[in-house]
Design a protein around this ligand. Structure first.
Ligand code: ISQ
Length: 155
């Protein structure tokens, strides 16, 4: 059994507080997040089947917003789980699906790194003065553990 991670109530609160401040505009931030990913890695657009057969501009693609939003939500849930149990507990069926979808689409470590960078940059932009090194660290830990959980299902 892996050692539980120590994730404090303060760290959890930083993640939740920042997500709450973004929630009312989450569609817009989700879109910015996605656009940042594509700015760094334009070829990543090929990985999203719903972008292939669509004529609508990226900005108006509803699925795109939904997808990106779920990355925020899952990282947030990971923070809650880390504080409660010291590990990320995602429903097994969800993890299996996420693992196989990322594997099938050829997602490798570098992709997860690009997404991490874009995620943190988006939250930084969204939170403005609230942003801090501690907030960045808390989101990073939550994201890394979520990714680790997904990767266990990518083999
Ligand atoms: C990976 N999987 C689903 C949605 C995403 C949104 C932005 C960046 C990466 C993603």
């Amino acid at each position: 059994m892996e050692q539980p991670v120590s994730f404090t109530e303060e760290e959890e609160a930083l993640v939740i507080k920042s997500w709450n401040s973004m929630k009312s505009n989450s569609g817009e931030w989700a879109l910015k997040f996605f656009l940042k990913v594509f700015e760094i890695a334009p070829s990543a657009q090929k990985m999203f089947s719903f972008l292939q057969d669509s004529n609508v501009p990226l900005e108006q693609n509803a699925k795109l917003k939904g997808h990106a939003k779920s990355v925020f939500v899952m990282a947030c849930e990971a923070a809650v789980q880390l504080r409660k149990t010291g590990k990320v507990v995602v429903k097994d069926s969800t993890l299996k699906k996420l693992g196989s979808v990322h594997l099938k689409n050829g997602v490798v470590d570098e992709h997860f790194d690009v997404v991490k960078y874009a995620l943190l940059e988006t939250i930084k932009e969204a939170t403005g003065e609230m942003w801090s090194p501690e907030m960045k660290a808390a989101w990073s830990v939550a994201y890394e553990h979520l990714v680790a959980a997904i990767k266990t299902h990518m083999i």
